[in-house]
Design a protein around this ligand. Structure first.
Ligand code: FAD
Length: 285
């Protein structure tokens, strides 16, 4: 199936892209890696009269250390994040997450900004973005703003990004020396999207869990932090027993997604299993 007709724009800068967004309003969409938008356009689930290509902009392609965070340009591909020594060293959870997205072709074209803007409920990054307490920087006609991960994911394919805003940068706090992290998922056998994905960051003070952050994707309309799991483990001695008790609290009170592949009960079971795996790995138990 082919897309409906559209005009293709190739702005030379972020500012020009913002001007084009303003000029065409609801008749425009940004194009980054095209690995979510183009399939949707081919299926006519999405149409647009104007496609504004930002995938080639060097100003959106970088990974650098900036103060206490790793700054990642929005058009940085999953492969660039997965293979970056800097990301592996300073924010390993992001590299680990990027490495299990789709297949190599998807990772070569898909971008972190595109994934976060699309906000597929089964996308992988959202769990890691929440667990690292990353920030999403956006620029629009009214200027720049920074959105905390906790305020970003709103509902099914819905974020707090405005229609005329471009994600420019993702800021991921550097992982502390006494912290460990892990992202594990149960991939859908066809698409590799997360049926359930769990990201965990565990900060230890000797044997004790000083702090823990857990993000889930795939389970509900939007990715979420799991305070129930975190509260159960924080302050406890970290071992298999305490982690199992925390994982048993996974996704309490959450309205589960349910589909032909995985119903609510199965997803609930997977949430507990993958919370336990992520926490064990992150805590180094
Ligand atoms: P595009 O498709 O170009 O754009 C997606 C949306 O984001 C569009 O609405 C676009 O307007 C908007 N957008 C893009 N960039 C920006 C920006 N900087 N600011 C604001 N809006 C922007 N993802 C997973 O997480 N896990 C998987 O296992 C997985 N498997 C996949 C398997 C297949 C076969 C395919 C085709 C995709 C899969 N994906 C998976 C999705 C993939 O990661 C996409 O690349 C990603 O979701 C979208 O990124 P993109 O750069 O391709 O965005």
């Amino acid at each position: 199936m082919s897309t409906a007709a559209f005009d293709y724009h190739r702005p030379a800068s972020i500012d020009e892209a913002i001007q084009l967004l303003q000029q065409h309003g609801e008749d425009a969409k940004l194009l980054a890696g095209g690995h979510s938008l183009v399939p949707a356009m081919k299926l006519r689930l999405a149409t647009t009269a104007n496609l504004i290509d930002i995938g080639h902009l060097d100003a959106l392609k970088y990974i650098r250390e900036d103060g206490n965070a790793l700054a990642i340009g929005a058009a940085t591909t999953h492969w660039e994040i997965e293979s970056s020594d800097l990301v592996k060293e300073k924010a390993p959870l992001l590299a680990q997450t990027a490495a299990v997205i789709g297949d190599l072709q998807v990772r070569n074209k898909g971008t972190i900004g595109g994934s976060l803007a699309h906000a597929d409920p089964a996308a992988d990054y959202p769990a890691a973005i929440l667990a690292t307490e990353a920030q999403i920087c956006a620029r629009g006609a009214d200027g720049e703003r920074t959105i905390n991960a906790a305020d970003y994911f709103v509902d099914l394919y819905l974020t707090s990004l405005q229609a005329d805003e471009i994600i420019t940068e993702i800021r991921v706090p550097l992982q502390a020396a006494n912290a460990g992290s892990a992202y594990v998922k149960f991939p859908h056998p066809a698409s590799r999207f997360a049926v359930v994905g769990c990201a965990a960051v565990v900060t230890r003070d000797g044997d004790t869990c000083q702090d823990v952050k857990v993000g889930f994707t795939g389970i509900a309309n939007a990715a979420f932090r799991d305070a129930g799991v975190e509260d159960e483990l924080r302050g406890k001695v970290v071992n298999e027993t305490s982690i199992a008790a925390a994982a048993a609290k996974a996704a309490e009170g959450v309205e589960f997604l349910s589909d032909a592949f995985a119903g609510e009960d199965y997803r609930r079971h997977l949430a507990q299993v993958f919370a336990k795996r992520a926490l064990l790995q992150a805590a180094g138990v």
